[in-house]
Design a protein. Structure first.
Length: 194
């Protein structure tokens, strides 16, 4: 027999899968909670028990971000030893940049929801701490002065967030522009902290 907790988790997964599919194919604004309920084959009340539309989008993005991070950690593909410290930090965040670039319209909505301050995100929680620790390792490997490691990691993380939100707000990216921008900012941060 399926427990109530297991049943709730199955419903949550169905709702998030339906929301993700509809947000991707129809767009965030064109998707309704009723559409999500129909796609998930659950009631509107069941969808709302998982979350309202903004909560669903944040959950969809946060799960994608967490999955990317977990895959990097368990797959051992954090960054290579090649390139400058800035290049290696960009390698760390490249999957997240790609996620935002591939879903730029949804990324814009996600960023707007987060900027409203009404929803929390892994982007500002546990992922922030993990990425900042990884960025500190890269700063240390790049020869940043020990007294400046934490500041360089913090500045690197905020440069990364700024790049994500700037390109989401612009609505389009061309080629490697976001990565190039982030690399040049990180080169400056690492050089100024030596």
């Amino acid at each position: 027999m399926v427990s109530r907790r297991e049943s709730k988790e199955v419903t949550r997964e169905k709702v998030l899968a339906a929301a993700s599919g509809l947000f991707t194919t129809r767009g965030y604004r064109e998707t309704t909670v009723r559409d999500i309920a129909a796609r998930a084959d659950v009631s509107v009340g069941s969808v709302m028990a998982v979350g309202d539309k903004p909560t669903l989008l944040v959950s969809v993005f946060d799960e994608a971000i967490a999955a990317i991070h977990q895959e990097r950690v368990t797959g051992g593909s954090l960054s290579s030893s090649e390139g400058s410290g800035a290049d290696r930090v960009v390698q760390l965040v490249d999957p997240f940049l790609t996620l935002f670039a591939d879903k730029v319209d949804l990324a814009r909505e996600y960023a707007a929801i987060l900027m409203s301050g009404s929803h929390s995100s892994v982007l500002f929680g546990e992922l922030s701490e993990a990425l900042r620790a990884e960025m500190a390792q890269e700063a240390r490997a790049a020869g940043v002065a020990e007294a400046s490691i934490d500041l360089a990691a913090k500045a690197s993380y905020f440069a990364y967030l700024g790049t994500l939100f700037f390109w989401a707000a612009r609505g389009a990216t061309t080629g490697t522009e976001p990565r190039d921008d982030l690399t040049s900012i990180l080169d400056y941060i690492f050089a100024s902290r030596k």
